[in-house]
Design a protein around this ligand. Sequence first.
Ligand code: FAD
Ligand code: 2HG
Ligand code: ZN
Length: 546
Amino acid sequence: MLAARTRLAQSLGAALPRTTTLARLGRVHLPALSTSSFLARRGFATTGAEEKTVPYTADKLTYLKRDPAFNQITEEHVAHLRTLLSPGSLLVGQSDNDNDLLPYNTDWMNKYRGKSQIVVRPRTTEEVSKVLAYCNEQRLAVVPQGGNTGLVGGSVPVFDEIVLSTNLLNKVRKFDPISGTLVCDAGCILESLENYLGDRGHIMPLDLGAKGSCHIGGNVATNAGGLRLLRYGSLHGTVLGLEVVLPDGTVLENLSTLRKDNTGYDLKQLFIGSEGTLGIITGVSILTPKKPNAVNVALVGLKSFEHVQQAFLGARENLSEILSAFECWDKSAAHLVQAHSVQGNRNPLAEEHPFYVLLETSGSNKEHDDEKLGAYLEKLMENEIIDDGVIAQDATQILNLWSLRESIPEACSKSGAVYKYDISMPLPVFYQMVEDVRARLTAAGVYGPEKMVTDVIGYGHVGDGNLHLNITAKKYDGEITKLIEPYVYEWAAKYSGSISAEHGLGLMKAPYVGYSKSGPMIDMMKRIKKVFDPHGIMNPYKFLPQ
Ligand code: FAD
Ligand code: 2HG
Ligand code: ZN
């Protein structure tokens, strides 16, 4: 009997010599990047004239008014903050144009820009506690910031709020290889944790394209989903405990490593996804899965989203417990990756396809997984659900295929301005939103090669029912925004979807939360906010409607 892999090579290989095609690709995995190198790579100048190309949020969104309840920062404040911190932990700008402060004031998309002149970078929980207590007492507003990769404008100031960065809170506190529990500082970069665990036979339960920059504290604060949620579930399940500093300086120490603990309200859940509005997460205890012995990644091309759905149903049925990711993108996304990739990502399939699916299996027995995946893909080919496909043959090829998916957000950003929507909804209407938005922008005469809107792209975590709609444009423009919003949110509400599947609300979606949550629920959220943060100093203007 032929090995599954050889049989598959025969059927898929008829259309494509898989190994050679993949072998031609260079190594394209995103390297670990600092926030500023992310910015630099997207053509964001950190010098001179081009700094001014990102307009101030306060000038753009004129409905936002600085809350007069917050004090302006004085030299006395700065001098006192200095006494609370270790040397080198306070950055003070001469103006908000200051190059050192620019990466803290400007978001990843170059869409939002604040005017902060103070960045505090505590090195310990105790320092965080002292700083927050002082800011609370002095009524100084604070924006918590991790890797600043958030996509809804939550991580940067609007006016002159103090940025509290977790950059220097970056130590692993302990790891237990038996239970797989990891306890670390909130400022640890996700990719560094993945590398740390990799050496110890474990992996992080979440993975994102921004892993080279985002912090675990930022991931928890946004309840980030990402590429592994299908398999390991959300952070609401994998986070076992948190250490959080409240605005009055109180430290809620609950770095539990227990799987089970039914003693009272589960307070940590409130902080998961609270986007810096209730307190600062300083420590995280998280359950890490064993590194799978066998990982397979396949990329397939399909004719329509109907076919994508059929392939997904088949994957649930035939790959069940070994299925670890099911990601999809359309032809427009693939084009952008080819057009803008600096790292040479090339389509390994011989032809273009309207849709692409990357699916991953992870398990403990390579032969078993190969067999299952092979049989599944053969069945899809036979039933003409997929038109072509490749399977990675080694670790480098796995990274190369993943890179085609992970570089989509970066490729979109290279097009100019990008309007990002992150919707969850029932699968049957998943791609319809992209088509409806295309039709709407075409009818308005703004979409086309020489027009303001250059592309409407759909991709996302099909396995989680989470679509990323990216609309690329020559620049951010109020009239274009009005054509898209609230249309997209109304659309999501009509189909019982969520206006934010995984990126959160931030500044961008705070006014629109009513499309996904009822009035009484929003009122209860406001009451909870008041309990934790009575003076409202934590990340003001964000998250909840004003
Ligand atoms: P930041 O951007 O710094 O902050 C995000 C929010 O959390 C802000 O409101 C901030 O105030 C708050 N915050 C940060 N740290 C703390 C803290 N210690 N305590 C309290 N509040 C805090 N998201 C997904 O869900 N899935 C994806 O697949 C995904 N992929 C991405 C790919 C790219 C290329 C990029 C740029 C972003 C992606 N994101 C994704 C969005 C983003 O949510 C995540 O990158 C990440 O979770 C944000 O972490 P961060 O450390 O950068 O947080
Ligand atoms: C992803 O899944 C991220 O790649 C980013 O959530 C999505 O940029 C986006 O819209
Ligand atoms: Zn995503």
